[in-house]
Design a protein around this ligand. Sequence first.
Ligand code: GLP
Length: 241
Amino acid sequence: MEVIIRDDAEAGCLLAAKIIAKLVRDKPHAVLGLATGRTPLRLYQELIRLHRAEGLDFSRVTTFNLDEYVGLPSEHEQSYRYFMRENFFRHINIDQVRTHVPNGTAADLHAECRAYEERIVAAGGIDLQLLGLGRNGHIGFNEPTGSLRSRTWIKILSEQTLQDNSDVFGSLESMPHHAITMGIGTILDAKRCLLIAFGPSKTRAVERMVEGPLSSMCPASALQLHPRATVVLDEGAAAGL
Ligand code: GLP
């Protein structure tokens, strides 16, 4: 695992954006795995800037998002499909049919999980998977105790994750308690993983991910097994290393 520490989140996001931009320039047909959450917002802004200022071309890029809440339609403001459209896709020249987010309103969610895996394979696999980090060590919505070999599946959100993400929903009750997420096995199949984590709220999870034992109690520790995992941190998130 390659660990890169920058002074602050701003510098970390710029570095991560640079890594993704280089891949897109070198491989115009790149398949990107994308993440939501507060952490990658600045990174997406930088990619949008590079698109506008330098013509960074996304027209042949394919994307697969990590996860989606069960039960939220794509027009719901808290759905991850909505997040991606508003914060990234509508600002760049990506072909919408090449952007994939699990469908949390599919009539048959298990069939949707299987189909998502098949779509990733049909696209040739993921070249680079961007990841954030939950405070309890989750990646995607792979909560502690889940199998480290899991494929795209439905997870029940942990108390901690519900607490951490409920502010934007107004209350815990109005928040979905389930999500579709790529599994840990799916994530480990990506040719490269790029995890970004910033701030003191992530210090403990970072420590367990990088230095702790490989354990389903910290799903992100599975990245220790990946041959090409890069972790970009700020001083706060790296304070426990
Ligand atoms: C959510 C997402 C994760 C994300 C995590 C951290 O649970 N499913 O993909 O990494 O939150 O979010 P944030 O970046 O807002 O701290």
